[in-house]
Design a protein around this ligand. Sequence first.
Ligand code: OOB
Length: 563
Amino acid sequence: MLPGCVPWPPEEAARHRADGYWDDRPLGELLRRSAAEHGDRTAVVGGGLRLSYAELDARADDLARGLLEIGVTGGDRIVVHLPNCPEFVVATFALLRIGALPVYALPAHRLQEVGHLCAFSGARGYLIADRYLGHDYRETARTLAARPGVELSHILVVGDAQEFTAFDAVEAAGRARRGLPLPPDGPADDVALFLLSGGTTGLPKLIPRTHNDYGYNARAAAEVCGFDRETVYLAALPAAHNFALACPGVLGALAVGGTVVLPADPSPDESLRLISEERVTATALVPSLLGLWLDALEWLPEDVSSLRLVQVGGAKPDAATAARVRPVLGCALQQVFGMAEGLLNLTRLDDPEELVLATQGRPLSAADEVRIVDDEGHDVPRGAVGQLLTRGPYTLRGYYRLPEHNARAFSDGWYRTGDLVRALPSGHLAVEGRIKEVINRAGDKVSAEEIEEQLTAHPAVRQAAVVGEPDPVLGERIAAFVVVEPGLGCPTSAEAGEFLRARGLAPYKVPDRLTPVGSLPLTAIGKVDRKALLDGASTARTAHDPPDTPSQGNRPRPGRPRW
Ligand code: OOB
């Protein structure tokens, strides 16, 4: 096991093998098997390309050999910062095949997040697109490369590489070495890749996912969703996120010989166009994006009759939006309550409609263990709300290199999710809230602590507290309360946003609203009382942000969601 990662206890690992959950096959082989079986079928469509399984498999091998040639080796961490494009898939399998570990950054991440990921993971490589949605990733790479503590030996660029290494050139070098053997696979219970946590602490934590656990995750999710070689999966959300990567997502579709369609941008127009052109059968959305699709379909003439399944997750959809899926999209809705840490809950295709509409699903695996506990850690009576704890064959046993945090977040292998849920007699869970200090803004998880730290870096801000307040479109929006340094003026929302973006913070983390306060309310034990701030905010809003004032900040406009 890679140092800094926590393995499953040997007896549990043995049980997961004996019960058939772990198959001891490396993830890089998933594509090899599908290529052997479905070589001529289309694996990936995107970026103007249409790759068969045989082509995709060969490109992954070429890149693997090219990476070895430039000195990338097993165990190296490579931060993958790509939008949804065929190169994302090629790179994923190439890295897996040489035992290098992808660390998946989201396309919206900027210098702050990527700087942390590179330094914390000890990354040797950074893989980017040249530009995407107006952002030049080479500028980020340039700044990063000059930073102390970041040791990037390889910066690879898809597109115009400028002074960096061209992805295409590395692949071409590998193509010239076709036939040379690739290194033998490592043990399948070792780490295959890193996902990012939704963020309860200041900066994203790294979640090690092993070949065995992630392979099972993708295969089992594909089975529950009825994926097969006829499946055409549209990755409308970033493939770097667990939902679109393996729940069942890109990996689940490729495992069964289906086709993965990668849109050029996340707008509903592009996705809906592709659904009609490629006869897409399944996709995954966050509730806010689903809302945009449903609205867009009122005026876009696209034919979505090929759709069989729309998964909705990442945040809880409101009942009215969930109920519109079948009449407007003409397909089944599936609610998915998942987390990069592991546990996936899904409604089943044959569940009664009331469970599909009103719950966030039940655990994927018969081997998933869930407990719902009160503040003292005692199991609540059936049907009562409590914190969800879980362990199982694909839920992590510890974050990467965070022993102190792990001591709090886990007990006896149980992961404390920070989510408040209620169980129905059927075993389905309804998400009722959360105790972790995370804002779920349109499915993007934002750590309150991280934004507070960033805001206090502003010279005029002495203290800051950040809370999520209800928003009809985003689910929650980011409200910041700041205590200003005596004698200095409070920055406006727009100025604070400008300041944070200039510091390299991902745009989706910029507060939607900023309110100056004389002091921060405290709880009895002296913590910032976020509930009091929220309650006060509903009154304060009339004073600072009348409802007819267009919202400052970064509310996504229809047609340009952040995901
Ligand atoms: C997914 O993963 P993450 O890691 O970005 O976020 C996990 C957190 C959960 O702990 C929960 O707080 C929230 O996001 N969440 C939901 C939800 N799905 C996730 N809250 C309410 N209702 C839901 N349906 O978000 C994720 C990973 C895999 C599949 C789907 C979503």
